[in-house]
Design a protein around this ligand. Structure first.
Ligand SMILES: CC(C)(COP(=O)(O)OP(=O)(O)OC[C@H]1O[C@@H](n2cnc3c(N)ncnc32)[C@H](O)[C@@H]1OP(=O)(O)O)[C@@H](O)C(=O)NCCC(=O)NCCS
Length: 271
């Protein structure tokens, strides 16, 4: 138990630059107090002394502002910074080296018994005020931004922010500069200025837009090529085969619009 306490205190030093010495940490860090009391309560809970366990948990909550259900499983070197307002539910499971800031909820979204709280794998960091709700897993070393609301599993290593959570990552293998610039120019040309976000951050929505833009441009190129070929055959589109019904005024108007569009695209691509 003392070995575990020593590790828990060491974890404070490695994760809080404000920590100065062991005595100060033991005396003034509510996260440490809550953890010591939780480890006792959890032992009692496992040995079926449920009321005693809940009593310790209630005293801990009163003293620290951190509510940890005695049934919650917590790994080694767990650190709760500041602490006030943290709530950890009964079936929550926390791996090693996990850090939580104040106001974090590891909660459930159902009143059914059984697993209803999240599992945080090793090395997860959860920012102040974040809510992680439901019986899913937050993967190893994931970071949850402050005030993020997470209701679905989070893959290992990603950073999730916002409500509902979206993923961000610093893209170290950035797109070649000219390819990215080309895409921006195209987006600007078709009036899609929102696309001009910074290149080194991405999320699935942005990635989707990138793919759509490339696809759009590719389709435009195909259309232009087709139009060019067709207008070589019949620049006015008016020669109509004998065995086909004649084109209606409406169809001729559409064809004329396409022809104009092609001409303007041809001019743009020559410019
Ligand atoms: C999530 C977090 C780890 C991301 O840090 P990072 O990887 O350095 O990311 P950046 O700061 O470069 O931000 C990247 C993008 O995410 C956005 N973002 C970062 N944190 C966010 C959050 N909590 N909510 C919403 N958006 C956030 C930024 O605005 C930026 O958006 P942009 O690309 O549109 O400009 C960090 O912002 C965070 O919330 N940490 C928790 C800190 C905390 O709770 N401290 C309490 C101390 S008492």
């Amino acid at each position: 138990m003392f070995k575990q306490l020593k590790e828990d205190v060491q974890a404070v030093f490695s994760r809080d630059p404000a920590a100065r010495n062991t005595l100060e940490v033991l005396m003034t860090y509510p996260g440490i107090h809550a953890l010591i009391m939780h480890r006792m309560a959890h032992e009692l809970w496992n040995k079926d002394f449920k009321v005693s366990a809940r009593t310790i948990s209630a005293i801990s909550r009163f003293a620290t502002g951190i509510e940890i259900h005695p049934g919650a499983k917590i790994g080694r070197r767990f650190f709760i910074d500041h602490g006030m307002g943290v709530v950890i539910g009964e079936t929550a499971e926390i791996g090693n080296d996990v850090t939580l800031y104040h106001g974090v909820t590891l909660g459930g979204i159902t009143w059914n018994k059984g697993k209803r709280h999240p599992t945080l794998e090793d090395g997860v960091i959860v920012g102040a005020g974040a809510k992680i709700l439901g019986p899913f897993t937050v993967g190893k070393n994931a970071k949850i931004g402050s005030n993020t609301v997470v209701t679905k599993a989070v893959p290992s290593g990603v950073t999730a922010v916002g409500s509902p959570a979206r993923y961000i990552y610093k893209d170290t293998q950035t797109q070649p500069q000219d390819e990215e610039q080309h895409r921006r120019d195209y987006a600007k040309r078709i009036g899609f200025v929102q696309y001009a976000t910074v290149a080194d951050h991405s999320d699935p929505v942005l990635e989707g837009m990138r793919i759509l833009l490339d696809r759009l441009e590719q389709n435009e190129k195909r259309m232009t090529t087709l139009c060019q070929r067709l207008s070589l055959l019949d620049p006015t589109y008016k020669k109509q085969p004998q065995d086909h019904p004649p084109l209606s005024q409406e169809e001729l108007k559409i064809l004329e619009d396409v022809r104009r569009e092609c001409e303007s695209q041809n001019q743009q691509s020559k410019a």
